[in-house]
Design a protein around this ligand. Structure first.
Ligand SMILES: Nc1nc2c([nH]c(=O)n2[C@@H]2O[C@H](COP(=O)(O)OP(=O)(O)OP(=O)(O)O)[C@@H](O)[C@H]2O)c(=O)[nH]1
Length: 160
């Protein structure tokens, strides 16, 4: 009997968009804080708070892409070897009915070592948050859906 390979579903015609983001953690214990960045108004999810990062370009490893994005967006130098995989979230277009029709995978890395001081190179607002602030921001009114999902694990980097 010959096996029949299933045809890909229409929404799977393109590979998923791969996006990387950083949980930059400063301080320890009850002093620990995570950096969030506000998306510019006018962009998709404009005005919402996210973990800094961006799309992986062709030929890049995810860690190299994240180091590049952190340099561009925050002006900090990060060694890709200092980026530790933490968790991920997936947006399945077929489930959500997204009009782009493209799935999206968002990889979150923990980063506790960098050179320089993060500044908003592209004009976005920044804030360092503790656990209580992260919990209060992790709602659809203030954070994109995949970043909310990442917060469940990112919360563990912060004190109660
Ligand atoms: N962080 C995040 N990004 C999301 C979510 N859902 C979703 O479609 N995206 C999309 O994932 C992409 C993230 O890449 P990016 O941060 O480099 O996006 P951008 O708009 O600044 O891109 P650009 O610099 O190429 O213009 C954006 O197109 C963003 O809209 C989500 O829940 N969280």
């Amino acid at each position: 009997m010959s096996a029949t390979l299933a045809s890909p579903l229409p929404h799977q015609a393109s590979a998923p968009l791969l996006v990387v983001a950083a949980a930059l953690v400063a301080g320890e214990g009850s002093e620990a804080r995570l950096l969030l960045q506000q998306r510019p108004l006018g962009k998709h999810h404009g005005g919402l708070w996210e973990f800094p990062g961006g799309k992986v370009e062709p030929g890049e490893t995810p860690a190299a892409a994240l180091a590049r994005e952190l340099a561009e967006e925050l002006g900090i130098a990060v060694d890709p070897a200092d980026l530790a995989p933490l968790t991920f979230a997936v947006h399945e277009a077929a489930v959500t009915g997204a009009t782009s029709g493209r799935d999206l995978v968002l990889l979150l890395y923990r980063c506790a070592a960098w050179r320089g001081t993060p500044v908003a190179e592209e004009g976005a607002a920044l804030q360092w948050v503790d656990g209580a602030a992260l919990r209060s921001l992790a709602i659809p009114e203030t954070m994109p859906p995949l970043d909310i999902a990442l917060c469940i694990t990112a919360q563990n980097l912060l004190g109660a």
